[in-house]
Design a protein around this ligand. Sequence first.
Ligand code: E4P
Length: 222
Amino acid sequence: MEVIIDTADINEIKVLDSLLNVDGVTTNPTIITRSGKTPEEALKEIIDYLKPEQKLFVQVVATDYDGIMAEARKINALRPENTYAKIPVSPAGLKACKDAKAEGLNVLSTSVYSSEQGFLAAVNGADYIAPYTNRMSNYGDGVQQVKDLIEMLRVQGLSSKVMAASLHNTNQVHELIKAGIQAITFPPAVLHAMIDHPGTKIAVDEFSESWEKAYGRNELGL
Ligand code: E4P
């Protein structure tokens, strides 16, 4: 499963990339505005930092077909490889996904709110499909919809990878890993909640305390 980080905060990217084997970074227009930088500055910092094999996903802002196609080409040209245009599954976006794939561009279909929409993006050849798990929960069972999408693509022999997005808690993550999700884009807060379990700190403090009490030092010292 690919581990992707859903942020444009370069400090968060560096911290999480040092802790884990990170496969890439996703952004969307709102995430880029939160960086407090211009899109050019925010993306340059990320591009300069990422290794060539780490993937970068940047979303189009245009909403009309021609604009989406032009931006998808620009995004793909940001780096020599491993860069994907995130295209929402609006009618114009679905059409752009089909034509961008025919042109050989890398595409992630985003803003997916149902397994059926995700299926259509897979029919159009999207490399990745990003269902908005938590947002979908406002319309039903978001996690179940994502599980259904994984299964729909498997039984239909469609090769798109499902990248779960909009995850707001570790339980959603747990369920989707178990279901065989191919990629997850993690908000840093959810990943930190998985990394920093309070029980682990209590256990480590207990070991340090007993060692220090018995041997008067806080290292193995053999
Ligand atoms: C992916 O990059 C999506 O845009 C993102 O996960 C959406 O998450 P949100 O529902 O927390 O805004």
